[in-house]
Design a protein around this ligand. Structure first.
Ligand SMILES: [Zn+2]
Length: 278
């Protein structure tokens, strides 16, 4: 401060003296005391400032950027503090509130889809979807038979790979899955397919273009109108509402090509049609 000898930190000394001169000019009676503050020890906030000062001093070209205005330094401190606070809060929130077991963490694609479509996806994933197998297990239907093709067990595997009712949609699904993962249909278990985030979009497209896990026809078509149970009626209405809502959510120009058969107006399942003739 007192010497004009060139040396380390001289530019700060020059700066400081300029400020002192300016202050004295403005207030001739001012008393200015210059103190040595050893590494800002024990002074709240100053420790951090010292740390940054050291860090900045170590950078190439640091001396050209310094000194900086107090306002500029304050802003940077504030920004860094907020960034730290956000990081801290974010870390805590994700651990205490939003952390889910790995196996149940929703895949981004599915979570971002319409509520109803996503719900069908998760029902299928957890084995609680309206499949013949599940409804038989839940004692809602007397057998696990597929109501589309009359196969004896309407399992997830059957619906995603075998059922002729959804042959076209299956083709599209597995072609897409192979494109995304390089793994062909025969090497997939449905459990793995539904747990693989890379296949989320393909599965959602499949679900939105089929009635898999959605449509449950009444048990006995010949009794329709007279003996339909309350459960079946409610089921039918719910399915109808669901399809309409899904179609609305997908939008008029949704995923269904104009040339494709719309799943909204499916013909009577062949199983039901032939039962009527018997
Ligand atoms: Zn089938």
């Amino acid at each position: 401060m007192t010497s004009d000898e060139p040396g380390p930190g001289q530019q700060y000394a020059i700066q400081a003296r300029k400020h002192i001169t300016a202050l004295r000019r403005a207030r001739p009676n001012i008393t200015i005391e210059i103190r040595w503050c050893p590494a800002h020890e024990g002074i709240a906030g100053n420790e951090k400032a010292d740390e940054w000062a050291k860090e900045a001093a170590g950078r190439p070209g640091a001396h050209k950027r310094l000194p900086r205005s107090l306002a500029n330094l304050k802003r940077e401190i504030a920004e860094k503090k907020w960034a730290e606070a956000r990081q801290w809060a974010g870390g805590r929130i994700s651990k205490t509130k939003y952390q889910m077991p790995k196996s149940q963490r929703p895949d981004g694609t599915v979570a971002g889809s319409t509520k109803r479509l996503a719900s069908r996806y998760y029902q299928l994933k957890t084995g609680h979807a309206r499949t013949g197998q599940y409804l038989h297990w839940a004692k809602v239907r007397p057998t696990a038979q597929c109501w589309w093709c009359r196969c004896l067990a309407q399992t997830r595997d059957h619906l995603f790979k075998v059922c002729p009712e959804w042959k076209m949609q299956q083709k599209i699904l597995w072609a897409e899955v192979q494109k995304e993962t390089g793994r062909w249909k025969s090497r997939w278990k449905i459990r793995d397919l539904l747990g693989d985030g890379r296949c989320g979009q393909a599965v959602l497209d499949f679900l939105s273009s089929t009635d898999v896990g959605r449509l449950v026809p009444p048990l006995e078509e010949r009794d329709a109108g007279s003996e339909v149970s309350e459960w079946e009626l409610r089921e039918r209405l719910e399915r109808e509402e669901e399809r309409e809502a899904e179609a609305e959510e997908l939008g008029a120009a949704g995923e269904l090509g104009a040339g494709e058969e719309s799943p909204l107006f499916l013909p009577t399942p062949s199983f039901m049609a032939s039962a009527e003739e018997e």
